[in-house]
Design a protein around this ligand. Sequence first.
Ligand code: ADP
Length: 507
Amino acid sequence: MKRSSDNNVRDEQASIGDIPLAPLGEAKKKKRRKPRLALRYYVWLYFMIFAVVILVLIWLFQYVFLDKYYESAKIRDIASVANKVRDAYGTSTQNETCGKLAYENNLCIVLTDESGNRVTGSNNLGSYSTLYKDIMENHSRHVFELKAKLNKSSDGNYTEMIDDEQTSFKGLIYCTTVLEPSAQKQAYLFIESSIEPIDSTVSIIREQLIYITVILIELAFLVTLFISKRLSRPITSITNTAKQFAAGDYSVEFKGEGYKEVEELSTVLNNAENEIKKVSDLRKDLIANISHDLRTPLTMVKAYAEMIRDLSGDNPKKRNEHVQIIIDEADRLTALVNNLLELSKLESGNMELEMSDFSIVDKLNDCMTRYTLLIEQNGYDIKYEPDEDRIITADINKLDQVIYNFINNAINYTGEHKVIRVRQINKPGCVRVEVIDNGNGISKELLPLVFDRYYRDAKVKRAVVGTGLGLSICKEILKKHGFAFGVSSVEGEGSTFWFEAPTRDKQ
Ligand code: ADP
């Protein structure tokens, strides 16, 4: 007992508020989501990370790796000088070229023959050049060492860094082999260059980098603040509109200005809103229609039952008439409830089809016999226009229901004309069944809605209207079969309801 009252309390709690909440048990089961920051903070954070990465890269290249970069640039320049010397080697201009290159690039260039004797050279480094001193004393140990290292190197050149403590000279010696084109003689080329101390340059760059860093961080901060606000504004506006929409205001319009994604989102939300509004309107209509349709027969049943009790109970003729009315009204109620049950079953997908092969001509003839009485008594002219017989595969009872619904609607809405045609048209691979009436037809605006649940034309008087569920039941049945179906109608001229069933040729 105690337990059930506890449950009640829980349920009540769970439904408090504007939006229905999930039962507490379910909520507990769901994983607790981490609290998230607003979009603009993420935009800001990512942009700042980006700015910091750029700054780190600038610092690395401009400050930390500057020495290494300077060295490798120097070696590249010397290698290109070496190429020019190589081109001039063995020509009449070799001495001149060496001198010019040494002068222009502030280098010491020395070319020796295979055995280490100086062939030509030019020194622009003065007494600082370690190389020149070595070469002057022909066959110096240092030159031999350089040659040995050069011969071992795989890429045909060797670079050695110089750091002379006595003279404080810093530089590098680049060695490579040179081949005289005509004489085919092998020679050795040594180029020495000073490496200027770049400490003063580095300190200037560092000072500049500090300024750049501060400016960039401030700029990034301001720009991201602006961009993040711009990006998040339309989303915030859509969220606020969605909150109004969730609270039940279907008149709101989602405005997605700013960028494509938000525009698409607002279009989708506007469409969803229209659909939900439509369903909600239809649902309201259905409740109004059904309560009206339930109340009317119930009132009749009550009234006639009271009449039998008070007045006609002793009059067998009158009593029978009144009892018949009660039975008719009860039938009407049963049909309404059955329709509702059937539609909900079809829509929930619980209905299994019992497929079988049968002749379409036999089926339509069978349907026609049911209307014989109506034709005789009420003057309806229901014509069947058959084509050659075909075998179709379907759930015979469900298809029966569709055909009856189409014909019954045609009878209900045909008006004074009372002529209904059931036409069979064989097409390649399928048979088309059309139910044609010459009633008032359906207006263009209402035509797309006739197969919708709960739709009923408000202008049609109660005597002929059903529950507004017949065609939606047909739609579910035909959809489940995978048959094409539809309606065409001209207002004032009549309507044609049709479906197409794939065929199997008769054996
Ligand atoms: P109902 O039980 O109200 O006839 P249906 O689902 O069968 O429900 O039909 C839905 C609505 O479509 C009808 O209320 C009517 O307005 C319209 N309709 C159906 N068939 C026809 C027809 N042959 N001619 C004109 N209107 C039709």
